[in-house]
Ligand binder design. Structure first.
Ligand code: F6P
Length: 368
């Protein structure tokens, strides 16, 4: 029987359990055995109890569970060749020749590297006497399939990553809560949201809550952003608005690359010579990442998990490593390497202050 390994890696995201459930059950249904690798790459490196065979009922009820029930870690050991050698050895010892990995772009890049190195890793394991040639013979090729699990929605090539809509929903819910108290006291709130280098969460939360002002990394505000923001908020207040909401992506900065902090914005809004607004800061933090998955994330996690197993079964030695995407409501297979390159391009463009390019790559031109 074919043995497929399943793991979650990097930061957890809501919907990862739905993806595991779909992979486990689709693989079993297709006549394969499925092994979950606990704690991401750390479990692959450590082997033994970290690699466990899963049966159909093991994942019962997992769709409604937040986080990842098989654990995740950011494993430094796997970044080094000795760590990857141990990973390869544990795969052979467990008879696993295909891996489905649910994680962010970093985790998936690591996976593709592992695949590229695979024959060399096996040769080295034989040369050093860790494994025999006989043991490695049936494992000529390694199949990898990526599922993108991240709240940041920062992967190029897919409209949504597993978890991003749950996090967005959570942010909106929190902003609604804040709005009630903000209105009561006629206060301003500066709300920091996650997203690393990506402004998707902040931007969409701004749209969905009707925030007064939003800061994102892909589109730093013009040089006169202070006047622009204060002018706009003053206008909103003149219309009779009793609350002010400013959403700040954690990666936001000005056009010169200086970080825009919540404190900076708070000081501006509170300035006695200016708007003089009673202002508070709320950093939403990990409430955005924890908790149960919304219906959309459960749905894509399931459909993409099914597709990931199909991609494993369809793979030939020449198939480039795919990741499972969603594009215009269709579940698709895309080459992983290209998506990783494009994702890195965005980060590079932001770093090089080429915001036009970054915005284009992020499909956020419409915010102008
Ligand atoms: O990538 C997901 C994410 O939640 C980012 O939005 C955030 O910058 C980061 O992970 C936080 O990481 P940690 O949980 O390790 O502090």
């Amino acid at each position: 029987k074919r043995r497929i390994g399943m793991m979650t890696s990097g930061g957890d995201s809501p919907g990862m359990n739905g993806a595991i459930r779909a992979v486990v059950r689709t693989a079993i249904d297709a006549g394969c055995e499925v092994y979950c690798i606990y704690e991401g790459y750390e479990g692959l490196v450590k082997g033994k109890d970290f690699i466990r065979k899963f049966e159909w009922p093991f994942v019962r009820g997992w769709l409604s569970e937040g986080g990842t029930l098989i654990g995740t870690a950011r494993c430094m050991e796997f970044y080094e060749r000795p760590g990857r050698l141990l990973g390869a050895k544990n795969m052979v010892l467990n008879g696993i020749d295909a891996l489905i990995i649910c994680g962010g772009d970093g985790s998936l890049t690591g996976a593709d590297k592992f695949r590229a190195e695979w024959p060399g890793l096996l040769e080295e394991l034989v040369q050093t006497g860790e494994l025999t040639a006989e043991q490695t013979k049936p494992f000529k090729h390694l199949n990898i399939v990526g599922l993108v699990g991240s709240i940041d929605n920062d992967m190029s090539g897919t409209d949504a990553t597993i978890g991003c809509y749950s996090a967005l929903g959570r942010i909106c819910e929190m902003v609604d809560y804040i709005e009630a108290t903000a209105s009561s006291h006629s206060r301003a709130f500066v709300i920091e949201v996650m997203g690393r280098h990506c402004g998707w969460l902040a931007l969409m939360a701004g749209v969905a809550t009707g925030a007064d002002f939003v800061f994102i990394p892909e589109k730093p505000r013009a040089e006169n952003w202070k006047e622009e923001m204060c002018g706009l908020i003053a206008e909103h207040r003149k219309f009779g608005k009793r609350k002010t909401i400013v959403i700040v992506a954690e990666g936001a900065h000005d056009q010169d690359g200086g970080k825009i902090t919540c404190e900076m914005i708070k000081d501006l809004l509170a300035d006695k010579k200016g708007l003089a607004l009673d202002t508070r800061i709320t950093t939403l933090g990990h409430v955005q990442r924890g908790g149960t998955a919304c219906a959309y994330d459960r749905m894509i996690a399931t459909l993409q998990g099914v597709e990931a197993v199909k991609a494993v079964l369809d793979a030939t030695p020449d198939t480039p490593t795919p990741f499972i995407a969603i594009n215009e409501n269709k579940i698709t297979r895309k080459p992983l390497v290209q998506a990783v390159i494009d994702t890195k391009e965005v980060a590079k463009a932001i770093e090089a202050r080429d915001f036009k390019k970054a915005m284009g790559l992020r499909d956020t031109e419409f915010i102008d």
